[in-house]
Write a new protein. Structure first.
Length: 188
């Protein structure tokens, strides 16, 4: 009898119980990794969208400032779709600049000949691109008498950023739009 009690006192896991526990632990670990990867992907996508929005808003503000303080050189009021180039002479230093959307993934500021460009917004690594409806529509309004050299008017800026086919985004697109009037400050 003493021998029977000793066998009942020795309790432990059988090999089958241990295998079942390891299998359950592995399934829980795989599920946790899937949730983590999904959350990390959403975080990275959200960060990319936020950076694109901030860069685009900064570029939009820079263009608007140049329009308000400068003279409009291009005349694109009938462009459909909107023109990808906008030329402005900055009143403060009489330098002509050109803003352009290049290959639907870059918004650049260039010299007056639209060469020698510097990127303001670069979408090439983000899975996003500027839609074909992005661009500039503007009209110069000449004062009377017509020989006056001021070139005032308005500029409509449309920056519509969409995901490239096959990519997913919470919203269909990012739309940044504004209409800015130029002023004549008499700095000529």
């Amino acid at each position: 009898m003493i021998h029977m009690n000793k066998s009942r006192e020795k309790k432990g896991f059988t090999l089958i119980e241990l295998m079942v526990a390891i299998s359950i632990f592995a399934m829980v670990l795989v599920a946790m990794m899937a949730v983590f990867n999904s959350a990390l992907g959403a975080y990275q996508k959200g960060r990319a969208v936020k950076k694109v929005m901030e860069d685009s808003q900064l570029a939009l503000n820079s263009i608007a400032k140049d329009v308000r303080m400068g003279k409009i050189e291009s005349d694109n009021h009938t462009a459909s779709p909107p023109s990808s180039n906008l030329k402005i002479t900055r009143n403060r230093d009489q330098i002509m600049v050109c803003y352009k959307i290049e290959a639907s993934n870059k918004l650049e500021i260039c010299d007056g000949n639209c060469t020698g460009c510097k990127s303001l917004v670069d979408l090439s690594e983000t899975g996003m691109s500027f839609a074909s409806t992005s661009g500039f529509r503007n009209e110069k309004t000449f004062p009377i008498p017509p020989d006056t050299p001021t070139r005032r008017g308005w500029v409509e800026i449309n920056l519509i950023i969409a995901m490239i086919a096959g990519q997913e985004m919470d919203a269909d697109s990012i739309n940044l739009q504004t209409i800015v009037s130029s002023r004549d400050y008499g700095w000529e």
